[in-house]
Design a protein around this ligand. Structure first.
Ligand SMILES: C[S@@+](CC[C@H](N)C(=O)[O-])C[C@H]1O[C@@H](n2cnc3c(N)ncnc32)[C@H](O)[C@@H]1O
Length: 429
């Protein structure tokens, strides 16, 4: 018998794995999407991302409308009800279809006895929707952020925190990077327009284009041929500071999946690039990206804290260190980050970043450039990290990006802008 597909129960199980088992949505979702049609892929993604984006609201509603929490083997139904609320509140799916499909989801996960309960809770919500939402708007959860992270963002940005939180809870724009080895950005934009899509150039980053609304990559002119790559505008800023040149030896450390490795090679096709990452599985995506773009780089698995193990005593002209970080600048792209990260991760990550910085510094040639980058918005990983490094490293000099007391350039997420990102450019004397 053919296995029944029900997108609502699939989404509920995926969200359950994120919340209860600490798994990342980017690992869980792709294999699930392989099981459904192209049209359903987008809806499955919308349900999973959406529920995680507004999770505290959905949790709050369940607590209001149910006398006992669902535990043990019934726990998936808790998430299924969330998927139901999400559709009624945040999508244009007609209420009758949302209800019917969600209730049917209970049968698919072998809890048919709970169909009546799900139906009852969702219908009660519909009846009391306005009062409930008004009450939620007054609750302390309405920022849709975990308390520890809200505290950190409020402390770091006393005047901007509300804007940051709002931007982080929005759907992100789709940014592309035009490979100017193939087309100028303007001529690619003309090709894009001919397909009926619209894009806007970034004012500062010469390769970056924002699509008026997200589109499948297959609709983009020359995607398979490597004319264009999906990459956030702020991530593209790294190469503006690294300024790679042909003939140079360049280390891209913490390189997977290779978004910046390929950008380096677009800017300097004759550079000799070594891309290193600790994670073998993620490294396989570096090979995929190089292949699609028809580029060559040396790729190695290695730990940034122990460079002698993978590059001996080699020194590089330029080093890009796109450090492992809290990813708090890209929450709008990865809403699961809000629920996967813990407060205690921040000092642990800061420690790892400083160990990698100290270990890699001797591998930069005198006169060479190191760009330290993160997709974090937290000062502990960014300005404070670099300030401490500059203080203890006598031959390191900050360039272009800030002052030694407040080093780096901090980008915050914005509706029509790039993600939250940090760069510091450091020259070796
Ligand atoms: C922000 S991501 C890199 C994104 C990549 N630069 C790009 O543009 O596509 C950080 C990477 O650091 C890697 N990483 C974490 N700890 C590491 C370590 N100790 N040494 C080397 N890489 C590490 C992770 O596997 C992850 O791929």
């Amino acid at each position: 018998m053919k296995k029944q597909i029900n997108l609502r129960s699939m989404a509920a199980q995926a969200v359950e794995q994120v919340i209860e088992q600490g798994q990342s949505l980017s690992n869980i979702l792709p294999p699930l999407q392989q099981k459904v049609s192209d049209k359903d892929k987008a809806l499955l993604q919308e349900l999973c991302f959406g529920v995680l984006r507004v999770l505290p609201q959905l949790d709050w509603l369940i607590n209001k409308l149910m006398s006992r929490p669902m535990t043990g083997k019934q726990r998936t139904v808790h998430y299924l009800i969330m998927v139901g609320f999400y559709q009624l509140l945040h999508t244009r799916i007609p209420a009758h279809a949302a209800l019917a499909e969600t209730v049917e989801g209970a049968a698919v996960i072998k809890r048919p006895q709970l169909k009546g309960l799900i139906n009852g809770v969702l219908r009660q919500f519909k009846r009391q929707q306005e009062e409930l939402l008004a009450e939620f708007a007054q609750s302390e959860n309405h920022f849709l952020f975990p308390k520890w992270l809200l505290n950190r963002v409020q402390k770091a940005y006393p005047h901007q925190w509300q804007h940051i939180v709002e931007a982080s809870n929005q759907r992100p724009p789709m940014w592309l990077r035009v490979n100017r080895q193939h087309n100028s950005r303007d001529s690619w934009l003309t090709l894009l327009e001919e397909t009926g899509l619209q894009g806007f150039p970034h004012p500062d980053y010469p390769d970056a284009v924002r699509l008026a609304s997200p589109a499948p990559v297959t609709a983009l002119p020359g995607f398979a041929e490597g004319w264009v790559t999906v990459q956030d505008a702020s991530a593209q800023g790294c190469i503006a500071f690294l300024t790679p040149k042909n003939g140079e030896r360049i280390l891209d450390l913490c390189a997977a999946p290779g978004g910046k490795t390929t950008h380096i090679l677009e800017a300097a096709p004759e550079a000799s690039v070594l891309a290193v990452d600790i994670d073998d599985q993620r490294l396989s995506r570096v090979y995929d990206n190089l292949k699609r773009l028809g580029m060559k780089a040396q790729v190695k698995q290695g730990d940034g804290r122990f460079p002698e193990q993978w590059c001996g005593d080699e020194q590089f002209d330029r080093i890009l260190l796109d450090a492992p970080c809290s990813a708090t600048g890209v929450i709008r792209r990865h809403p699961d980050i809000k629920w996967l990260r813990r407060d205690r991760d921040i000092p642990e990550l800061a420690q790892l970043q400083s160990e990698i910085l100290d270990a890699i510094w001797p591998h930069l040639k005198p006169g060479g450039t190191l760009v330290y980058a993160t997709c974090s918005i937290l000062p502990e990983e960014n300005s404070q990290q670099v300030a401490a490094f500059l203080k203890r490293t006598t031959d390191a000099q900050l360039s272009e990006t800030g002052t030694p007391e407040n080093p780096g350039l901090q980008k915050l997420p914005g509706a029509e802008e790039g993600d939250g990102f940090f760069y510091a450019k450091i020259i070796k004397q």
